[in-house]
Design a protein around this ligand. Structure first.
Ligand code: PSU
Ligand code: MN
Length: 299
């Protein structure tokens, strides 16, 4: 716990009464999806959690505080504002110091969740090792923070815009346990399967047990749960790859790199697929929130 954390009344109540809580990130709202769909999605995710008896804690930076749980107006500001900073772990201090509004990535949300004692966090897809990282060195801070915050992160694998096999290697190097939920395949975000294999878990009970043992052993790492998008909602990998290639070419041509790259690629892909990738993105996050809620209840 630290003095920068500011809990919404709902989340404060949940903490005091030991109710299950699921953390949600905000970069997906401000940088991952266009307005007004982003606001609708943010509200829907919170609704799904509440209907399952779990308190949602959407996390962002505002007025020099790390807000854990957002009230309706805050959510709106975040979804609408154009100048929201994308906050990874190294940016937390800088944005708190200026009092600006910042949306937290998976990395920064994990940190906040760990400080707040929240054990489960749902997102769409984590950041990872970018394609051609051997030239650009672009590797997401998400992977590092996964190795040093004891939070269970539920995602649909890593975004297909990344180099998935290098991402898995990197997670292994940093000692991050990765499990496919009811699958042996590492999911590729928009697609249920990639050809890459991961260890498998078949129940939330197993996940809770593994997490508890890791905590007893004082392992610092989180746990990455890779939850595939339901088959009926997916865009097959082969189809997706074509779109990704063309988005990557454009990014290269426009010299887009660093923290701007991921939001740019996601936006491009939404345009190329005429909104279909956005629908898929929404479905998979909803699916992840449901699983995260089940895990939180089990814990
Ligand atoms: N998944 C999405 N949309 C997003 C992201 C993930 O569907 O916008 C965000 C997450 O916040 C993730 C971040 O932590 O992209 C990774 O950015 P980078 O590659 O710059 O580390
Ligand atoms: Mn990066």
């Amino acid at each position: 716990m630290n003095k920068y954390l500011q809990f919404s009344p709902e989340v404060a109540y949940a903490i005091n009464n030991r109710l299950p809580i699921v953390a949600l990130e905000s970069t997906i709202i401000s940088h991952g999806m266009p307005y007004p769909q982003n606001l609708k999605v943010a509200e829907k995710l919170e609704k799904i959690a509440r209907e399952m008896g779990v308190v949602p804690a959407t996390i962002c930076l505002m007025d020099g505080k790390i807000k854990v749980g957002l009230e309706k107006d805050d959510l709106k500001i975040l979804a609408k504002a154009k100048n929201v900073a994308k906050v990874s772990s190294r940016d937390i201090g800088r944005i708190l110091a200026t009092g600006k509004t910042g949306a937290t990535t998976v990395a920064a949300t994990m940190k906040a969740a760990a400080w707040a004692g929240i054990k489960v966090f749902a997102t769409g897809g984590i950041g990872g090792v970018h394609r051609e990282a051997e030239n650009t060195f672009d590797i997401s801070n998400d992977l590092i923070e996964l190795s040093r915050n004891p939070v269970i992160v539920v995602s649909a694998g890593a975004k297909a815009i990344l180099d998935l096999s290098k991402t898995l290697e990197y997670l292994e190097t940093f000692g991050v346990p990765v499990f496919g939920y009811k699958t042996d395949d590492f999911p590729a975000f928009y697609s249920a399967e990639s050809s890459l294999k991961v260890d498998r878990v078949d129940s939330v009970k197993e996940i809770a047990e593994i997490y508890k043992i890791n905590r007893e052993l004082k392992l610092e790492c989180g746990v990455l749960i890779a939850n595939p998008i339901p088959k009926k909602d997916e865009i097959p990998f082969s189809e997706m790859d074509e779109y990704i290639q063309s988005a990557l070419k454009k990014a290269n041509k426009l010299n887009i790199s660093g923290r701007d790259l991921t939001p740019f690629l996601l936006k491009e892909i939404v345009e190329i697929t005429k909104g279909k990738s956005l629908e898929t993105n929404i479905k998979l996050v909803e699916n992840n929130v449901k699983l995260a809620c089940e895990i939180a209840k089990e814990l």
